[in-house]
Design a binder for this molecule. Sequence first.
Ligand SMILES: [Fe+2]
Length: 285
Amino acid sequence: MARIIGGIGTTHVPAIGKAIADGKQNDPYWTPFFSGFHAVHKWLAREKPDVAVVFSNDHGLNFFLDKLPTFAVGAAHEYRNEDEGWGIPVSATAKGDAALSWHLIEGLVGDGFDITMCQEMLVDHAVTIPLNLMWPDGNWPQIVPVSINTVQHPLPSMARCFELGRSVGRALMTYPKDLKVVVIGTGGLSHQLDGKRAGFINRDFDTLCMDQLTSDPESLTRYTIPHLVELAGAQGVEFLNWMAMRGALPGTVSELHRNYHIPISNTAAATLVLENRPRAQRKAA
Ligand SMILES: [Fe+2]
């Protein structure tokens, strides 16, 4: 049976990829952000996950405004990165676990999620930057990418993304192969790139979201998408990927590590590690 070791939430802004390429991890601007990954590296080195399920949003590399699935799941043996602009060098190709992808797809469709299945899928900075941050030696685990529409309204709700994650978590728990799985949600936290509120950041709301994500994630489903845009910014809705990540942790969840730094490229940069332990079996009366 697959074992879900925990979840990681991280920002994915393109400027991080450029900083990695230019070796700026120890520059004063970047140190508060990159130093927040030392604890992540330690945890991953100890746990050694075989597979990462990555919830993120596509930024126009696979899907554009003309055709944009609400949820899309990769079912490929590999996922190439292509030049997406922003001055980020093209990243390595990520290996996929297609068998696990199909198992998750079966589970999701069985649970009523009408997803798009992608036997070919590119990955953009929303996947490659987190992988490069978490495994800087390039020794990435296999991945199953799950794309959530956070771009073209109407967006799926917080509750729907949480349920999507729960469905993935249930499917992982019934996968017969003995695998260690880490679940990743990327993007956010609060930021807005355009319009009158460009540069908008909301530390209080970000803190509340990270606190509640651990202890009471369902309470966050009370926020509608318009609320989320208002409180987190137009692009802060990428928090939907974090909600899906949290939904996929079915056990007892505790916060192992958190880093929060303002600003990185006009965004609130956050890193959160959640440990997932199997719930203790209740003793028979
Ligand atoms: Fe993004």
